[in-house]
Ligand binder design. Structure first.
Ligand code: GCU
Length: 574
């Protein structure tokens, strides 16, 4: 179900009762039955009442000291009242739960979901009761070898019901989904569709854009599907002019209103074209963490803090790493004129040859595209980050995933990120055949931090197996602790701002002679929590590659990028 925010919803956000279950006894005790003593001799060794209370949305790690590093099971309970309305259907919608969710309503299991960063829902029309209902969710954020991501990743494994929970009420027949975007390569033809759910009698659906005085009529087929195609001359969305149109989708029994930006994004030769004009992508990497709260970001306010900071840096794109962020991030970015790079948590070591992993990747891809496909601000679907070329089935599965992505949505760039290039004799050698299936050659490189320079940055040589394909530097940078200006500044082990600043100055020198460069993305905007960063003086469990500290203090390197982005033209000559 797309665009939940625009529908009839009842929020279940707020305080939920919780049972922390590190030993996993809740399964054996069947706590979802939420039994209460009836006889004088009855007793149960669990109770949701009288226990901890957790706020939803939000990660559980930052709500209780005992959960600070917790990776395990937490049972959540939300009692709520409901008055059944005849002729209405009811759905239970989760913005995300990290990582495994088992959902019970009034003691009956209604479904499960795997994946910590994409929305899911269950129809509960026949299961919800008049009056008091009890919703119980088993959340398990333990890392899984066959998970997405796998067991190793460089961010804090925040668990919990991390995003909004809503009841959604619809008519028997409602507008379940729609895709309204410009056709690939066109500036004036919308090619999309509308899909109804329930009572599939053929009927008229309309798409209206009042500001353009446009009303398009289509007819659904027996499955409730209607193709949409019409011409228009919209003001195109762009970072400098983030124009959004009110789009009203109507069926006989439903109306859904969206706010959609229309633009074209494509690769032509060694350039990226936005609205058929070459553009230089001035990006920054952002994890879904509110730095000031040191917690999972989930709200519109959290999104604005992160995105306004990216705007202040001079960005025209944000790479939302390494998983789909909450919907507020995507919608607010579009309103603010920031292009969005959406990414799947197919991160580093993935068990591609496991029989279930390809299906998990496809499900997560579909959930990501389904939620954000109408967001004109989204320009990239990134399907993997730093996977290992030697892993069995890695190429096969990622090539198939690329094809599925293009079949699902042909209007955006499809990208894989690798760090499989070599850097020897001051030469980058890029050979990864995965780039044959990626619209950009997107590489992460940390020359100047993990690997010392082997020569003058401006004299770096490039050996690229895919000549004339655009190159995007999706990660670069190094660590520094804000305010650390110890001497000597030229020693990495001091974590000084000066050392980080020099990395950025050198990288920009290299960019000036990098062939086919279409954009860069510093790693990353803010220092963020990652428990593998263990230096007790300089890191304290934070990855300190931020341009800004977790207290909002700009490091010297921030000013280097600010100047670079101010000087670099958005539009580059054709
Ligand atoms: C990698 C990876 C990031 C990681 C970064 C680092 O390239 O993509 O997730 O945090 O390097 O080492 O800091």
């Amino acid at each position: 179900m797309v665009n939940v925010e625009a529908r009839e919803t009842i929020s279940l956000n707020g305080e939920w009762n919780a049972i922390i279950d590190p030993s996993g006894s809740g399964d054996y005790r069947q706590v979802w039955l939420d039994k209460k003593p009836q006889l004088k001799t009855d007793f149960f060794e669990y109770s949701f009442e009288g226990g901890p209370v957790l706020n939803v949305p939000g990660d559980f790690n930052t709500q209780m000291k005992e959960l600070n590093y917790y990776e395990g099971i937490v049972w959540y309970k939300k009692p709520f009242n409901y008055s059944v309305k005849s002729g209405k259907r009811v759905f239970l919608h989760f913005g995300a739960v990290n990582y495994l969710a088992d959902v019970y309503l009034n003691g009956v299991k209604i479904g499960s979901h795997e994946g910590g960063f994409t929305p899911f829902q269950f129809e509960i029309t026949e299961k919800i009761k008049e009056g008091e209902n009890s919703l119980i969710v088993r959340v398990d954020n333990r890392r899984l070898p066959k998970g997405l991501p796998g067991v190793g990743f460089d961010w804090l494994n925040y668990g919990g019901i991390t995003r909004d929970v809503d009841l959604v009420e619809t008519d028997v027949s409602f507008i379940e989904d729609y895709f309204i975007q410009l056709e690939k390569g066109s500036l004036n033809t919308v090619l999309g569709w509308v899909r109804l759910n329930g009572n599939q009698a053929k009927q008229e659906v309309t798409v209206e854009i009042p500001e353009l005085d446009l009303r398009h009529v289509a007819n659904t087929d027996a499955e409730g599907f209607a193709g949409i195609e019409f011409n228009m001359k919209p003001e195109l969305w762009s970072p400098s002019e983030p124009k959004l149109y009110q789009v009203i989708i109507k069926s006989k029994t439903d109306v859904v209103i969206d706010s959609i930006g229309f633009r074209s994004i494509e690769v032509q030769g060694n350039k990226v074209l936005l609205n058929q004009q070459p553009i230089f992508l001035k990006a920054v990497n952002i994890h879904e963490e509110n730095p000031y709260k040191r917690a999972r970001a989930f709200s519109r306010d959290d999104a604005r803090i992160l995105l306004e900071s990216a705007k202040e840096l001079g960005c025209n794109m944000v790479r939302l790493v390494h998983y789909p962020h909450n919907e507020y991030m995507v919608k607010e970015a579009e309103k603010m004129g920031l292009m969005v790079w959406n990414e799947l948590p197919v991160y580093q070591h993935i068990q591609f040859s496991d029989s279930l992993v390809p299906n998990k990747m496809e499900n997560m891809l579909n959930e990501m595209i389904s939620r954000d496909k109408n967001r004109g601000g989204v320009v990239v679907w990134a399907l993997s980050n730093e996977t290992y070329p030697g892993t069995a089935n890695r190429d096969k599965e990622l090539i198939e995933l690329s094809e599925k992505c293009r079949a699902n949505d042909s209007t955006r760039l499809v990208v894989h990120v690798t760090n499989s290039q070599t850097y020897r004799d001051h030469t980058f050698d890029i050979q990864d055949t995965l780039f044959l299936h990626s619209d950009l050659i997107s590489i992460n490189e940390y020359i100047g931090w993990y690997i010392p320079w082997q020569g003058k940055p401006s004299e770096t040589k490039w050996k690229v197996a895919f000549p004339d394909k655009p190159i995007f530097i999706s990660e670069f940078g190094g660590e520094a602790k804000f305010g650390n200006n110890d001497t000597p500044q030229d020693e990495a082990a001091n974590w000084t701002e000066g050392y980080q600043e020099q990395i950025y100055l050198d990288q920009i020198e290299m960019f000036k002679t990098t062939p086919n460069l279409v954009g860069v993305s510093p790693w990353l905007l803010y220092d963020y929590k990652s428990l593998g960063r263990m230096h007790p003086v300089h890191q304290q469990g934070f990855n300190r590659k931020g341009l800004i500290s977790e207290d909002g203090e700009k490091k010297k390197a921030w000013y280097v990028i600010k100047d670079y982005y101010s000087a670099e033209k958005d539009q580059i000559p054709k």
